[in-house]
Design a protein around this ligand. Structure first.
Ligand code: NDP
Length: 255
């Protein structure tokens, strides 16, 4: 896959999809900057990366993507001397009907899921041009299909999809590829952080058997594998693509 010695930033590496992605990159010999706010969880990902490859070169960066974009890029390039891959994975959702939510929720959700990606992309681009590297963004099936009660999040992810397509065109003349994955329900802490109780989460996973054509929710590694593919030379003629990793959920229609 020729990702060995590539320098990769994974945001949201302290949990779920980001942690699994960091482990897979470490496994194939990439040098990985692990970005997250929770120090203990970031440490746990570091341990998992080392378990996957005891020679892995890792750089944990405790940072908030909404305020630390400059430090994230600078620290990585200072340490490893270059940047080949940016994985914009950090994200979260807040729920609520438009009748109940306020604009502060909209601003918070946009800030984390979209504005931070703009900043990281802008700051990383000069380095990615030097290496003819690539960007993989982590959106959601909610970016391509509407979900009731999560308008701020779905709108942010739809924006992220279109941002990906536009930046793919901006950076194509520089041979930098930019793609996005759209996961369906993936077993991580995401829904619990959204406020679901254990009981509600169990029901959500049960319902995933019906809402996903393959009859189940996905695993973080299944998204990580797709991210590595898009970042690798195997995807050398793929840019501006949106890839659903959702067990067929996006093509389903209620009946
Ligand atoms: P988790 O809640 O398990 O992980 C989210 C990660 O994002 C954590 O590492 C968290 O870091 C990080 N993060 C959130 N906000 C910030 C911030 N401001 N600064 C730095 N890091 C931040 O969820 P997932 O792994 O499932 O989510 C990863 C991505 O996948 C998200 O973009 C999400 O929208 C998307 N997704 C997830 C789906 C699912 O069903 N799980 C479905 C569709 C899309 P920390 O805890 O250290 O703050």
């Amino acid at each position: 896959m020729s990702l060995a010695d590539k320098v990769v930033i994974v945001t949201g590496a302290s949990s779920g999809i980001g942690a699994a992605t960091a482990v897979e990159f470490a496994k194939v010999g990439a040098k990985v900057a692990l970005v997250g706010r929770n120090e203990a969880n970031l440490k746990a990902t570091e341990v998992s990366c080392k378990a996957a490859n005891n020679k892995a070169e890792l750089l944990p960066i405790i940072a908030d993507v909404t305020v630390d974009a400059e430090r994230i890029i600078k620290t990585t390039v200072d340490k490893f001397g270059k940047l080949d891959v940016l994985v914009n994975n950090a994200g979260y959702a807040e729920a609520g009907n438009i009748l109940d939510i306020d604009v502060d929720q909209f601003d918070r959700v946009m800030n984390t899921n979209l504005r931070s990606v703009f900043l990281l992309t802008k700051l990383a681009a000069p380095y990615l041009i030097k290496t003819q590297g690539s960007i993989v963004n982590v959106s959601s099936v909610g970016g391509i299909r509407a979900v009731p009660g999560v308008s701020s999040y779905c709108t942010a992810k739809a924006g992220l999809d279109q941002f990906t397509h536009c930046i793919a065109l901006d950076l194509a003349p520089h041979k930098v590829r930019v793609n996005v994955v759209n996961p369906g329900t993936i077993v991580t802490n995401f829904q619990r952080r959204m406020g679901m109780t254990e009981e509600q989460y169990a029901q959500h996973l049960e319902r995933s058997k019906e809402t996903h054509a393959l009859g189940r929710a996905g695993e973080a590694k299944e998204v990580a594998d797709a991210i590595l593919f898009l970042a690798s030379d195997s995807a050398s003629f793929i840019t501006g693509a949106s890839l659903p990793i959702d067990g067929g959920r996006h093509v389903m229609c209620p009946r």
